[in-house]
Design a protein around this ligand. Structure first.
Ligand code: UT7
Length: 329
């Protein structure tokens, strides 16, 4: 450990379903159009998992790819954290299935549920586990099959979401200055009703949920939009202050991909030029907990982040939850 850096990101990986749903395809399902979706959100296409695929299949594929990138075996992992709102079943956790599917026989595994901020919550927990000595190698995964829980009759939500998984191996820092420089996570539970899926839990069990159409995402878009712009800007400035960095020190901003207008507002507040902001919403839509690790992996693959570069990640989601992190990759 050096300079209070406890953990570092050794590898990343993704899993993206092949099938694509375009805006034109959606025009045949609901009263929408390509122009509205692109202008109001930035989305052109989203990926959709085949019916037989489970969340844990996608999460395991991303996990295996992250392990390969980290040059590590599944047996080296002692903790698995899966961030998701679309787990395979109510219990056990999706992380349990991932543990079995990848053969991480020495790992304790659990899910966390922090909606679109889930990956940053998982990163914050992993960093804390490593700092306290509870873990040496933690696998964190953001994995979602959101197309399974949208209301295909509701144009205000069904055009927004997609399926994907992204994973990262977080290990003890090696003292070379790279690693997690800081994390910040926050919640305001009073606003949960503005973005939620009411059905399927104990409050509205599955049979009630189906008969009353509660088994899908409900969102007050404009309210969520306003809160996201404020919270993501606040979270970004907070973590810059906490780590003593300025926007000039940041090589790349990786924001949660919910809407290009939210991303642009966040970048504007930080006075970051376009080339320092990673946007891939046009290709995936909103993939909730998967959006940041997918973007991070892509940005690395495209050479936009070299070893030692500082990457600022920021997210906002239902709950409300929000958070940020700065990692020297
Ligand atoms: O990931 C977690 C956090 N999630 C977010 O951050 C999402 C935040 N919210 C948003 O990104 C935006 O609010 C949306 C993209 C969801 C909606 O965009 P908006 O600019 O806030 O639109 P709106 O809800 O105010 O609706 C404007 C109009 C309405 O029509 P009228 O009442 O003006 O006639 C809607 O009915 O657009 C209509 N509309 C649509 N039109 C065509 C809503 N959805 C669609 C659609 N196609 N898919």
């Amino acid at each position: 450990m050096q300079n209070n850096i406890h953990s570092m990101m050794l590898g990343t990986g993704v899993a993206i379903p092949e099938k694509i749903l375009t805006n034109l395809d959606l025009e045949k399902i609901v009263d929408t159009n390509d122009e509205w979706i692109r202008e109001r959100t930035g989305i052109k296409v989203r990926h959709v998992a085949d019916d037989k695929l489970q969340n844990s299949d996608l999460a395991s594929e991303a996990a295996r790819n992250a392990l390969a990138d980290a040059r590590m075996n599944a047996e080296d992992i002692d903790t698995i954290i899966v961030a998701t709102v679309t787990g395979d079943v109510t219990f056990p956790s999706t992380a349990c299935y991932v543990q079995q599917k990848i053969g991480a026989v020495k790992a304790a595994a659990f899910d966390i549920q922090a909606t679109c901020s889930g990956f940053l919550f998982a990163l914050s927990i992993a960093d804390g586990f490593i700092a306290s000595g509870k873990s040496k190698n933690t696998l964190i995964v953001g994995s979602e099959l959101l197309t399974r829980i949208v209301d295909w009759k509701d144009r205000s939500t069904c055009v927004l979401f997609g399926d994907a998984a992204g994973a990262a191996v977080i290990s003890s820092a090696n003292g070379d200055g790279r690693g997690v420089l800081g994390t910040f996570i926050k919640t305001d539970g009073s606003l949960g009703h503005l973005l939620w899926m009411p059905g399927g839990g104990t409050r509205f069990p599955a049979d009630v949920a189906v008969s009353e159409n509660l088994n899908n995402i409900k969102m007050e878009g404009p309210e969520v939009f306003k809160a996201a712009v404020t919270a993501m800007g606040d979270a970004a400035t907070h973590i810059l202050d906490k780590t003593g960095l300025t926007p000039d020190d940041i090589k790349l901003l990786i924001p949660h991909q919910a809407n290009t207008r939210i991303i642009n507002a966040t970048a504007k507040r930080l006075k970051l030029p376009e080339e320092k902001v990673y946007v891939n919403i046009q290709e995936y839509g909103n993939t909730s907990a998967a959006s940041i690790p997918v973007a991070l992996h892509e940005a690395k693959g495209r050479g936009l982040l070299e070893p030692g570069d500082a990457c600022l990640m920021v997210a906002f989601g239902g709950g409300f939850t929000w958070g940020s992190a700065i990692v020297r990759v």
